[in-house]
Design a protein around this ligand. Structure first.
Ligand code: ZN
Length: 131
């Protein structure tokens, strides 16, 4: 299964928890694992606090400071920092499913991380039922 995410900025974090849960609902999976995979080299996925939106902007601010846009990179495409951020944050998350729901902590949400936007991005979902 797959859904798309439209990003609006060069770097942006978007809460995709509801989109992933919608995919789960369509599947009728009751118990198992939900594998969330971002098939891009300049984007990523992570899990963190979704209650306070400041967490997302604080994370982006620090990531952008640690990996600046200009730093004498050699990659000709000019988007090396986006590739580096993608690798550091990671391309996938694995989340348990119980009673058809993602098993996340009270404050946790699934974040799509755009590092070279704006673009239309894909998120792949693979479900593994427990028998
Ligand atoms: Zn590149």
């Amino acid at each position: 299964m797959q859904f798309t995410v439209k990003t609006r900025s060069q770097t942006e974090i978007i809460d995709i928890t509801d989109s992933v849960q919608d995919m789960l609902q369509k599947s009728s999976l009751e118990q198992g694992l939900c594998f969330v995979f971002v098939p891009h080299t300049t984007a990523a996925v992570t899990i963190n606090e979704s209650a306070d939106p400041s967490v997302k902007s604080d994370m982006l601010n620090v990531i952008n400071q640690v990996i600046p846009w200009e730093a004498g990179y050699r990659h000709m495409e000019g988007n090396s920092p986006a590739h580096i951020k993608s690798t550091l944050v990671g391309a996938s998350e694995l989340i348990a499913v119980e009673k058809g729901r993602l098993v996340l902590g009270t404050w946790q949400g699934i974040f799509f991380c755009e590092f070279d936007g704006p673009r239309t991005r894909k998120v792949n979902i693979n479900l593994f039922p427990f028998k």
